[in-house]
Write a protein that binds this ligand. Sequence first.
Ligand code: PLP
Length: 426
Amino acid sequence: MSEHNKKEWWKNPHPECKPETSVISAGYDPAFSEMSAKQPIFTTSTFMFKTAEDGEKFFRLATHPEERTDGESPGLIYSRLNNPNMEIVEDKMVVMHPGAQAAAVLPSGLSAISTSILALLHPGDQIIYSAPVYGGTEHMFDAILTKFDIHSHAVHSPELDQYEELLKKHKGSVKMIFIETPTNPTIVHTDVEGIVKLAKKYSTPEKKILVAVDNTFLGPVYQKFCDKGIDLCIYSATKFIGGHSDLIGGFVLGSKADIQVIKSFRSVIGATTDPFCCWLMSRSLETITIRMERCSENAQKIAEFLVKHPQVEKVRYPGLLKKGDPQYDIYKKQCTGPGALLSFYIKGGKEEAFKVLNNVHVCRLAVSLGGTETLIEHPRRMTHSEMTDELCAATDMTDSMIRLSVGVEDADDLINDLDKALKTIA
Ligand SMILES: Cc1ncc(COP(=O)(O)O)c(C=O)c1O
């Protein structure tokens, strides 16, 4: 495998092809594994060196990345540092993201966010972020990063002037703008191009402001930002990338330099992803486009059904946005499809919402999203239960809101299921 690192042609054997084609073969050379058409799972904690000199060299390159010549990377050493299945899935993610130079796999989405921040930020740095973000991210910002003297400021609206106000107020100490778009669970889009411009405007030679985007909801199929000037594209791979609700994983993509810093930090804190999980994610990446397309088609039909339902107050779904709405303009500018996530508000409060949740039979009552099955949950009392009342009020996350992650089932079966459950509150 050390030879593997010198030539590196298989990182993308078909550079002329589209990501959906390239992802099938990227990252894996069958010649290194008895011509096995599919990658084996490398269940080993350690790798043998052909010579002691190799061992010395690999360690030197691993611990001193600055000494690597172009394209050179350390040979395989120990699976906390690197493993073929980790490298293969990282290469596949890179071909799915035009503009990205490198990817790092992490054992969860939250680990991808926390490892990136802890690797690239320092005490005293500040973060400005779109609110609401995923509840766990919010909690990490509030309860964990503050221990390292990294403080975060929420922006409750997609208006860019609110970001600018905070950038002015904390001039010189903002190191990152963290955007989750569309937001979970309120499905609000933030103009990433506008955020990139602001980050450039307020960066200084001493402090470049990094733009990090959590692209879990619509990427990589319906949103690609790596060629739009962002620094980090982050995923919970637990969702669409894994795609079957059977693993926990995460990724961050960006420049070679930033990803190298994150990978070095990952090795030291031990945030390693096991080879089987990497193998599962590699396999799932081959079908991500068809899965997301089917989920999105289903979600559009369900959104159109729900918006006319007498027991439904309103529906938040990108595919229902209309011309004239500023959200429509952002959606059209940066997304190529509406995706699988929608939130709807029933007529009534928590009691009625819970009744709907307790009366679905095809949709499954569970948190998470992005799987082949449709999942239904109550953000205010489940995924986002730790958010303050003030933040919930500011972001319209009420007790009447239900979040749906639409799967690949038959759309009519899902519609009938929701209709029966909604009739229980009529
Ligand atoms: C948008 C978003 N980002 C990050 C995460 C965290 O991911 P994980 O559960 O894989 O740590 C989630 C989890 O639901 C999420 O929805």
